[in-house]
Ligand binder design. Structure first.
Ligand SMILES: CC(C)(COP(=O)(O)OP(=O)(O)OC[C@H]1O[C@@H](n2cnc3c(N)ncnc32)[C@H](O)[C@@H]1OP(=O)(O)O)[C@@H](O)C(=O)NCCC(=O)NCCS
Length: 153
């Protein structure tokens, strides 16, 4: 499954998603370079968000031919604060709902909170609940009832 998304500067990124066993990988690429990714683990009816990361120093092929001819082959791009992480998180929620997961959860690690103390608010603005160091979103239950409700993933 592939789709394109745009950041605030109109840069087009290619989205891809892959499931291998109990792991689901989400990736956004710009000019073949990884601009952002998220790794999730499947634990029964719960999709565990193990990692979500937007590159702040992504080295890409320089988009301007003239600059490339002058020897500037690559360009360092900061993809943060362009709406990419938010779109990636929304995509994970849509994926989890479509596969019948009942909950998404993750952890706020000290190493992430240190440089970004607004991380709890970042999740809250996107519909997640933050409790202590846990982040979660309960998804809509199946109309079939709990006993028959199993993820399709
Ligand atoms: C946390 C992280 C994933 C966020 O990704 P991001 O792409 O920078 O996030 P977004 O751009 O979607 O949102 C960041 C802010 O930019 C703002 N923004 C997004 N799109 C915008 C736009 N088009 N115009 C103006 N501002 C915009 C948003 O309002 C948002 O601010 P808010 O939190 O006050 O709402 C990223 O900072 C990161 O990788 N951090 C390091 C790893 C990490 O901490 N991961 C989380 C583990 S729990």
């Amino acid at each position: 499954m592939k789709k394109l998304i745009k950041d605030r500067h109109g840069r087009v990124l290619e989205f891809s998603q892959e499931r291998t066993g109990g792991l689901v990988y989400f990736k956004l690429e710009f000019n073949k370079a990884c601009a952002a990714y998220a790794n999730c683990q499947i634990e029964g009816e719960v999709l565990v968000l193990a990692d979500i990361f937007v590159e702040d120093k992504c080295v890409v092929r320089h988009p301007d031919l003239l600059w490339r001819l002058l020897g500037h082959k690559t360009l360092e791009v900061n993809f943060r604060n362009q709406g990419i992480g938010g779109q990636l998180l929304t995509t994970i929620v849509v994926y989890a709902k479509s596969k019948g997961f009942r909950r998404i959860e993750g952890r706020l690690a000290e190493k992430d909170l240190g440089p970004n103390p607004d991380l709890p608010q970042w999740y809250q603005k996107r519909g997640f609940t933050v409790k202590d160091s846990q982040v979660f979103m309960n998804l809509v239950a199946s109309p079939m009832g709990d006993s028959q409700y199993m993820p399709k993933a």
